[in-house]
Design a protein around this ligand. Structure first.
Ligand code: HEM
Length: 293
């Protein structure tokens, strides 16, 4: 859907797969898969670190808590780094090559120019095609995207509006929330690993509080990444080949779609509440048998 490969178009307009290996070796798939999996590893590790921090803060299961923290912090250092480079970086390079309007929307670039700055903060004003109150690193986007400080990055003005992602602001914020949180995770990993190395982590209550309170943020980063990928693909269902309205099934009525959507939302809400309840019960119960040793 993001980068169709290994297909042929039949005379009646149908798309057919021409090579299974071509599909499996799609360059997009490798980086997307590894980036996604690292997101999952970070989420699990942060949950583990938060549990360890919680036990140390309330003075229960301290031996296990120290193990939880050791394992999770070392894992976060590795995963958070790989999330940025090479997997995040390589996904960015692919977006720049194959989905240029998406890159422009993600980065809030409205005007094409050489030596394009990287916007760290700023609010897209789409009707007036500008970024309000930008805080920028000069020329950094050109360098990160094309590894040349003076390279030209195409802004949204280079493309007809029919090719623009239709929710530029949502795309911009989704991307900035993901990358912003990813950067904070790296900083947290470095500080925690330093304290671990200096044998001060277990007694640094301020860091334990930060680790405890940070557990929801990887969930938010994953959701923001998913929003970036899906909103960024618009207005296509299959990028460059099939527009989203062409994917609407004429046999499914609006009522059916609402019924299914509300049904799924209800089901996930029940599962979500059950998940939180069971997690709380499990954490409160703790690793009892090991403590008895
Ligand atoms: C550290 C800096 C990061 C960079 C530079 C980065 C970069 C990217 C890029 C370029 C995309 C592709 C967007 C598209 O296809 O339009 C992406 C997608 C994604 N990112 Fe990140 N990312 C970073 C951090 C994170 C973090 C911390 C998480 C989660 C913990 C995360 C989770 C995701 C997810 C789930 C996707 C969607 C993949 C898909 O389904 O296509 N990213 N990221």
């Amino acid at each position: 859907m993001q980068h169709p490969v290994a297909y042929a178009v039949a005379p009646n307009g149908d798309y057919t797969l021409t090579s299974l290996w071509g599909l499996l070796l799609n360059p997009w798939a490798f980086w997307q898969y590894s980036h996604n999996m690292l997101g999952a590893v970070q989420t699990g590790s942060f949950a583990m670190a938060a549990t360890g921090a919680y036990y140390l803060l309330i003075g229960r299961f301290e031996k296990q808590a120290e193990l939880f923290l050791r394992v999770s912090i070392i894992t976060v250092v590795i995963a958070a780094t790989l999330q940025l480079f090479p997997t995040g970086d390589q996904q960015g390079v692919l977006v720049a090559r194959y989905q240029q309007p998406t890159l422009a929307g993600m980065e809030g670039v409205f005007k094409t120019e050489r030596g394009t700055p990287l916007a760290i903060l700023g609010q897209p004003d789409v009707p007036n095609q500008k970024l309000d109150n930008p805080i920028e690193i000069p020329k950094a986007l050109s360098f990160l995207t094309y590894h040349a400080w003076t390279a030209e990055v195409k802004g949204l003005d280079s493309f007809p509006q029919s090719e623009w992602p239709d929710r530029v602001s949502l795309l911009y914020y989704g991307y900035h929330v993901m990358v912003g949180l990813g950067t904070i995770f790296i900083a947290m990993a470095v500080v925690s690993a330093f304290l671990l190395w200096r044998k001060k982590l277990y007694s640094s209550r301020w860091m334990l509080w930060i680790l405890l309170l940070s557990f929801p943020f990887p969930f938010i980063a994953n959701t923001a990444g998913w929003i970036t990928a899906e909103v960024g693909r618009q207005p296509y269902l299959v990028y460059g080949l099939m527009r989203t309205p062409a994917g609407i099934s004429p046999r499914v009525s609006e009522g059916n779609a609402w019924f299914t959507l509300i049904g799924f939302m209800g089901m996930y809400m029940v599962l979500g509440i059950l998940f939180l309840f069971l997690m709380y019960r499990e954490i409160d119960h703790g690793p009892a048998p090991a403590e008895a040793n």
